[in-house]
Design a protein around this ligand. Structure first.
Ligand SMILES: Nc1nc2c(ncn2[C@@H]2O[C@H](COP(=O)(O)OP(=O)(O)OP(=O)(O)O)[C@@H](O)[C@H]2O)c(=O)[nH]1
Length: 365
């Protein structure tokens, strides 16, 4: 018998496996998609599935009842939704694909209202239209389309020779349906409006959190987590690990605020001394990790040397106090044979060698 703890631990894994299966079935390959794209593709295909689930059996039923035209329309819609599922799963073009869901849905609903559908029940499906339209086309375009749809619906109900009265409904049903439809449009609009505001707020908060999580607040460079995450995506990079020499003395002699000012200034010199596309980070305390790409080891060495000279030549001025600072660099290369972790350890050991050899120098051995 499995013990209680192991059953509890297994539950999330099986739920995750099920969710993975659903995502794979409805979305396909998600590796290049943003989470918003995945959500949109998934929901459009879920709509399409629900559409197939209703139109296919009702289409077959219509054929058995001898309603060939209605059966053809329903089965064509089911076929269109199935084709759309395959198209969307393959291309992930959710903006195009959404049109293949909503416009046939408008047309089908108008057809059902006009003909009465199966046994005069066509109008009951009308109320799924607002939610689908607003989700697929957003608040503004969705509401415009729904207004046009409502006008066509009204004209169809009141100005054409439709089959509404054929089924013995009370004449007031038509206006009741229109009122109820308007209420559902209104409620769906409010829901979509609050959802879009909530989503915007969520996006803003998530962008702010990302910035805080990956940025060093003193220097505005990436922090350790930030550069690590970016380097994990790369195959090759030259890592330049810099450490301020005798920084404790700066703090002790000029004060901690002067030390902070010096770190900010060094960060600026580093960022402006790097080639385009390079990364700069505050690795910790008075240590900086820089990364340069698409260049030779010799060029990476030259870049470190140039930054080292610029810092050494700079006169730091803080509250009428003037001082100079030097840096030591350790360099290593990450590539297909040397992992990121190994390259950082190597750069650290080369930096240690630079310190031991007298500081204010760059070492790659
Ligand atoms: N002002 C300021 N000081 C910091 C900050 N982070 C770390 N430090 C200081 O940096 C100093 C680092 O000192 P040590 O590790 O002894 O190294 P060092 O004095 O630079 O000597 P070497 O590295 O051996 O050349 C410590 O005094 C820390 O307090 C910071 O954010 N602001």
């Amino acid at each position: 018998m499995p013990d209680k703890d192991s059953t509890v631990l297994q539950r999330p894994t099986s739920l995750k496996a099920k969710l993975n299966f659903i995502t794979r079935f409805y979305v396909g390959d998600v590796s290049k998609l943003s989470s918003d794209d995945i959500r949109r593709v998934l929901i459009i295909n879920l709509f399409a599935s629900v559409g197939i689930l209703f139109t296919f059996p009702l289409g077959i039923a219509s054929f058995f009842q001898g309603k060939l035209m209605l059966g053809t329309v329903l089965l064509s819609t089911a076929f269109l939704y199935a084709a759309n599922h395959l198209y969307l799963r393959r291309t992930h073009h959710h903006a195009v694909s959404g049109n293949f869901v909503i416009y046939p849905l408008y047309a089908l609903m108008l057809y059902l209202i006009y003909t009465g559908g199966v046994n005069g029940t066509g109008h009951v499906w009308l109320f799924c239209v607002p939610a689908v339209a607003l989700f697929l086309h957003g608040l503004k375009k969705g509401l415009i389309e729904l207004a046009i749809f409502t006008l066509v619906l009204t004209a169809l109900m009141f100005c054409t020779d439709n089959h509404f009265l054929e089924f013995g409904y009370h004449p007031s049903l038509k206006s009741r349906i229109l009122f109820a439809f308007a209420v559902v449009v209104f409620l769906s609009g409010i829901y979509e409006f609050s959802m879009s505001r909530f989503n915007d707020e969520l996006k803003r908060t998530s962008a702010k959190l990302k910035l805080v999580a990956y940025t060093d607040m003193l220097t505005n460079l990436l922090n350790r987590r930030g550069i690590y995450q970016k380097l994990e995506e790369r195959q090759q990079a030259h890592l330049l690990l810099a450490d301020v020499d005798f920084f404790k003395r700066i703090n002790d002699e000029y004060g901690h605020d002067a030390g902070d000012y010096a770190l900010e200034k060094i960060a600026q010199i580093m960022a402006s001394g790097l080639p385009k596309g390079a990364l700069s980070s505050r690795w910790g305390g008075e240590e900086f990790l820089l990364a340069v790409f698409d260049c030779s080891s010799h060029e990476a060495y030259q870049i470190a040397e140039s930054i080292r000279h610029q810092v050494a030549d700079y006169e730091f001025n803080y509250m009428d106090q003037h001082f100079r600072i030097t840096l030591s660099f350790g360099i290593a290369t990450m590539n297909e044979t040397v992992s990121l972790r190994e390259a950082i350890t190597l750069a650290d050991s080369h930096l240690y060698n630079a310190k031991r050899a007298g500081r204010n120098q760059t070492r790659n051995d």
